[in-house]
Design a binder for this molecule. Structure first.
Ligand SMILES: [Zn+2]
Length: 480
């Protein structure tokens, strides 16, 4: 396992990464709240953590990467009401759109996309524990977390109590004992999805949806938690407070990673601000590769200032420049000349060393931008060999391509050039097969249902039967 250091947002320092149970690593990244189409700010966060996941696997860690789906919360309910749609169906639809965009962006490192509403028993168990320990109280059919009972609340975001209150723009909730308390269970409202509980029918609050999932899938303590910078407060503070109080174990997370915001004219891109650029349309126009390159050509923690009509035009040009030598190498390799010139010794040595140097660069807090800069430099060296790469032997060409193979594996840049692009949208075909399997099970034909499952598995698709008779699919796990 390669050693690496990572900037931990809680201690505000670069720290050497040590897993709780090596070589296993549990990673959780706050996923989508699929109430509308995803925007390019989302893409940035999830590409950043895709690189983290790819690197960890390359470096010998056995990573289990969970990205939740907040398929029910206030925003989902409000949007569904506007559209006259069922909230859970609306969330499912936007999540499928999101998955299609992720496929285009080359994001396939996530092991599991758990939906919040599939974890109601775990949510209720955490609530029970919190109420029993005095960290939460019921009022009017809702259950609130008592922030005063958790002295380190605010440590991650560094917010003082006054700032925390100023940052909470919510309707007054007269039943709360203190204004900073937050709902972990919201009393049922007619027309909204709800579940039975010891405190009356209702639905879970946002933060506890995540801690129930991580408690179940990753345990009371796990290695890495990622998300966008804007989630530090109140969401991640809430997660820490809930989980540590409910389980009595701390810290919930050993390393907190936060990806920088994508800004437009200095403002965070957010649906609430009305300045969003849709992810699917951007991919359609520029391609997933170019957008992925745009994200990775900046440090993941830095804010990224997006200028419409300029940023991605520039990125397209730069990406072409980055990848052009690789295209030439692949073309020359495709011609399969068995004989030919070998590389000058010094160049062959550089080619052999570069992947190691690229790994070392990434092992310094995932500095993809610096790795990209090294690849540009390498491209110039390949270019200095002249136009006739066909003169070189297959061995020489393979040596020259090694840094690009690294880029494809770890950064996911140049994957599409290799001709075995996994970016086909298989979604509709898989959904159709799942529907056929559900029908087969409905009529008791389990032989047929198993046959469909096996057929999908052979094609690299795992099915997962979730609550409510629903089935989800995901690419089969790629780690050993
Ligand atoms: Zn979250």
């Amino acid at each position: 396992m390669r050693r690496f250091q990572v900037y931990d947002s809680l201690s505000r320092s670069l720290r050497l990464f040590v897993p709780i149970t090596p070589p296993r690593v549990g990673m959780f990244v706050c996923g989508l709240t699929p109430y509308a189409e995803s925007h390019i700010g989302h893409g940035r966060t999830f590409v950043s953590f895709d690189v983290v996941a790819r690197a960890l696997r390359r470096w010998g860690y056995r990573l289990f990467y969970v990205q939740n789906v907040t398929n029910l919360d206030d925003k989902v309910i409000a949007r569904a009401a506007e559209e006259g749609a069922d909230p859970l169906a609306l969330a499912e639809r936007h999540f499928q759109g999101y998955l299609a965009s992720m496929a285009e962006l080359g994001v396939r490192s996530v092991n599991l996309y758990p939906f919040a509403t599939d974890y109601i028993p775990e949510i209720l168990a955490q609530m029970r524990s919190l109420v029993d320990r005095g960290s939460a109280y019921a009022a009017g059919g809702s259950v609130y977390y008592s922030v005063a009972k958790f002295p380190s609340y605010g440590a991650l975001s560094g917010q003082r109590r006054e700032e925390q209150l100023a940052g909470t723009r919510v309707a007054p909730e007269p039943l709360k004992r203190a204004p900073e308390d937050f709902a972990i269970w919201k009393a049922a409202t007619p027309g909204e999805p709800s579940w039975e509980s010891a405190w009356g029918p209702g639905r879970p609050g946002w933060h506890i949806e995540d801690t129930a999932i991580t408690g179940r899938l990753l345990g009371a303590r796990y290695d890495l938690h990622g998300g966008g910078m804007e989630l530090k407060f109140p969401h991640h503070e809430g997660e820490i407070a809930i989980s540590e109080a409910a389980t009595g174990e701390s810290p919930l997370v050993n390393y907190w990673m936060h990806a920088g915001l994508l800004n437009m004219k200095g403002e965070k891109m957010a649906k609430s601000l009305g300045n969003v650029v849709r992810l699917d349309r951007t991919i359609e126009r520029f391609g997933g590769d170019v957008l992925r390159f745009y994200y990775l050509n900046a440090h993941y923690r830095s804010p990224l200032d997006f200028e419409e009509g300029k940023s991605l035009e520039e990125a397209r040009e730069a990406y072409d420049r980055l990848i052009a030598p690789y295209r030439r190498l692949l073309r020359a390799l495709g011609r399969g000349g068995a004989t030919g010139r070998s590389l000058p010794a010094e160049l062959a040595r550089s080619a052999a060393d570069l992947p190691e140097r690229l790994d070392a660069t990434l092992a310094d807090d995932f500095n993809a931008r610096e790795a990209v800069a090294q690849l540009f430099t390498w491209g110039r060296r390949v270019g200095s060999l002249g136009d006739d790469l066909e003169e070189y032997s297959e061995t020489a060409l393979t040596e020259l391509a090694a840094p690009y193979r690294w880029a494809s594996e770890v950064l996911g840049l140049g994957e599409a050039e290799e001709g075995n692009s996994p970016r086909l949208d298989l979604g509709p075909a898989i959904e159709a097969a799942i529907a056929a399997r559900t029908r087969a099970r409905g009529r008791g034909d389990f032989a047929e249902s198993d046959r469909i499952r096996d057929e999908l598995r052979a094609a690299g698709i795992e099915l997962e039967d979730a609550g409510g008779g629903r089935t989800r699919w995901r690419p089969a796990r790629s780690d050993p």
